[in-house]
Design a protein around this ligand. Structure first.
Ligand SMILES: *Cc1c(COP(=O)(O)O)cnc(C)c1O
Length: 240
């Protein structure tokens, strides 16, 4: 694969800047920078861009559609890019759960009981256990996927009992239109919900909080994010 040196340098510089801002946000809130993982969201961008980021030391990549994810996984493998850890960050349709079973590091957006049950069943059939996060619609926007905070508490015990899933924590999306600082209550609420769940359901591993994107990742880190999902700040704007 031939990488364009200008584009490769641009991605490396963007990554360095994102990492610098992540470190500063972690320090500001008394956290260790190593406690926050960066998932580079590569949706709509080509494998050459992923290879450029990988060359700059970025190993975790996120895609939001299975139709785009698996061809990229296959192409990366064919190019020998074996050090990549793939994350499925988008919601999964109930008839597509079987397509989500594969070499994924983490599935970020399990948003309904039915999806969890089907994923578990399909994972079991394939003889594996999937690491997943539960997506929570903290802001209550009708357009957003996810469990309500009350719902997630109600169904937590049932979800923890599913044999094909390992629940590793929670994920949320803040309202897009908000300025970064205005997202703080959303991220804080997700952390508090996670802390409550960890007390009430100690059998679960509630370590991860996947929250924060290009516009709001510093606030998310200040509020306890362990994973941020960043696309545009690394690869550029997707809509022109
Ligand atoms: C696209 C996407 C992101 C990254 O968005 P940016 O604003 O480009 O950083 C994060 N999370 C999910 C679920 C996404 O679909």
């Amino acid at each position: 694969m031939v990488l364009d040196p200008v584009r490769t340098a641009e991605i490396a510089a963007n990554l360095a800047e994102v990492r610098r801002r992540m470190t500063a946000a972690a320090r500001r809130s008394g956290r260790a920078p190593g406690d926050v993982r960066l998932v580079a969201v590569s949706k709509t961008y080509p494998l050459t861009d992923i290879a450029a980021a990988l060359a700059a030391g970025q190993h975790d990549f996120g895609e939001n559609r299975l139709e785009e994810l698996w061809p990229k996984v296959a192409a990366a493998k064919a190019e020998g890019l074996d050090a990549i850890r793939w994350h499925m960050i988008g919601t999964i349709q109930s008839r597509k759960t079987g397509d989500a079973v594969g070499p994924l590091t983490l599935i970020h957006a399990v948003d309904r009981v039915k999806i969890a049950q089907r994923l578990s069943r399909d994972a079991q059939a394939a003889g594996c256990v999937l690491d997943v996060l539960l997506e929570v619609n903290v802001s209550g926007e009708a357009s957003k996927h996810g469990f309500t905070p009350t719902e997630v508490t109600t169904v937590a015990a049932d979800l923890l009992a599913l044999p094909g899933l390992r629940v590793c924590g929670l994920m949320t999306m803040a309202p897009f239109e908000l300025a970064a600082e205005a997202t703080r209550p959303v991220f804080r609420a997700l952390r508090e919900l996670r802390d409550e769940l960890a007390v009430r359901f100690p059998a679960g591993d509630w370590r991860d909080l996947s929250m924060g994107m290009t516009n709001d990742f510093e606030v998310a880190i200040e509020e306890g994010a362990t994973i941020v999902r960043i696309g545009s700040a690394i690869f550029g704007s997707r809509n022109g």
